[in-house]
Design a protein around this ligand. Sequence first.
Ligand SMILES: Cc1cc2nc3c(=O)[nH]c(=O)nc-3n(C[C@H](O)[C@H](O)[C@H](O)COP(=O)(O)OP(=O)(O)OC[C@H]3O[C@@H](n4cnc5c(N)ncnc54)[C@H](O)[C@@H]3O)c2cc1C
Length: 387
Amino acid sequence: MSEVSDEDFAEILSQTRRFVRSSVVPREAEILADDRVPDDLREQAKAMGLFGYAIPQQWGGLGLDLRQDVELAIELGYTSLAVRSMFGTNNGIAGQVLVGFGTEEQKSRWLAPIASGEVVASFALTEPGAGSNPAGLLTQALRDGSDWLITGQKRFITNAPTAELFIVFARTRPADDQGAGIAVFLVPADASGVVVSPKDAKMGQEGAWTADVGFTDVRVPDAALVGGSEDLGYRAALTSLARGRVHIAALAVGAAQRALDESVAYAATATQGSTPIGNFQLVQAMLADQQTGVLAGRAMVRDAARMWVADEDRRIAPSAAKLFCTEMAGKVADLAVQIHGGSGYMRGVPVERIYRDVRLLRLYEGTSEIQRLIIGSGLVKAAQRKA
Ligand SMILES: Cc1cc2nc3c(=O)[nH]c(=O)nc-3n(C[C@H](O)[C@H](O)[C@H](O)COP(=O)(O)OP(=O)(O)OC[C@H]3O[C@@H](n4cnc5c(N)ncnc54)[C@H](O)[C@@H]3O)c2cc1C
């Protein structure tokens, strides 16, 4: 059962839709040109509770469950994905580690400022050589009395340039029969030895920032060890990522819907030899493929979210939804550029931005290849357990 009634959720959803369509869509060109989400939009998002929509109400969040989260994500996917990214780590990969695995003390220290947006939390798992295979990470946490000393290098960390808190995955011992040897720590960004590099220059999603983060003998107390256990890190990462995959799938559906809407509007009005291009059946066929993809993706993501909330499937369905929806969004965006002809290749035309923005969705929180591996191996293992 969600903490939020259908009636209250309908209001949250319509406010979010209004925010996206009336406040953000008209500012897309500005976000792109400045590579920055304007401060007034950030403040509006804070005031609406968007930095903590998936954080339980007990800690000051809106308390949406994943079924509601995906509806919100479909709305947020409709515009520059940087806006969602600004509060994506607080609600998602970073925040959910604390919600699911933090001690009561850790939750009461951090979740309220995360939910209000006073604190931006980043999820620091990926390293050079440990992206698709996080079990290969090399960042080390060594015991030093009652403290830990953390040393290692993380890369592509979303929101690192604005983060106050890093959720850092580090190895406390080599992998063994007992587990992966990976723990997770809460590291304030101002701790001595934390260095955030200049932000990365990316292909798309202008306004969403990532950076390398270095840790050199960063001292944190035992109270910074999430869940108070050295053995939680790997499971916390995989659980948070699996949940995040359903959210990313929903975001892809929203972006695909926008690409479709832009395509239909263009096809209905742009002409060749005074005939609207939408009258050409080959253009109609492209619109039909886009529409079909959007409808299929939306149905799938809703089903995956339902199965997550019911605890029916928290492994295969999230990966299948992410795989299908992000690949679908890539195809829909590609068709959108095609329908726009040369205009679709020009900066400032929404489908050109969408084409670049959605490319990332197939890479992070597990590439499409990794989703296929999770789905395929999950099916085979389940059959082997039964045999
Ligand atoms: C903009 C952006 C934001 C990000 N934000 C974060 C963040 O906030 N926190 C964080 O921790 N990480 C973040 N990441 C990292 C992201 O999750 C990884 O980049 C991603 O998981 C892929 O890892 P990799 O880059 O090391 O590529 P690799 O793992 O080296 O993959 C390269 C290619 O090899 C394939 N491949 C790898 N292993 C296998 C295999 N076993 N079988 C078949 N094919 C395989 C991959 O599918 C891919 O095609 C972000 C990345 C980007 C680009």
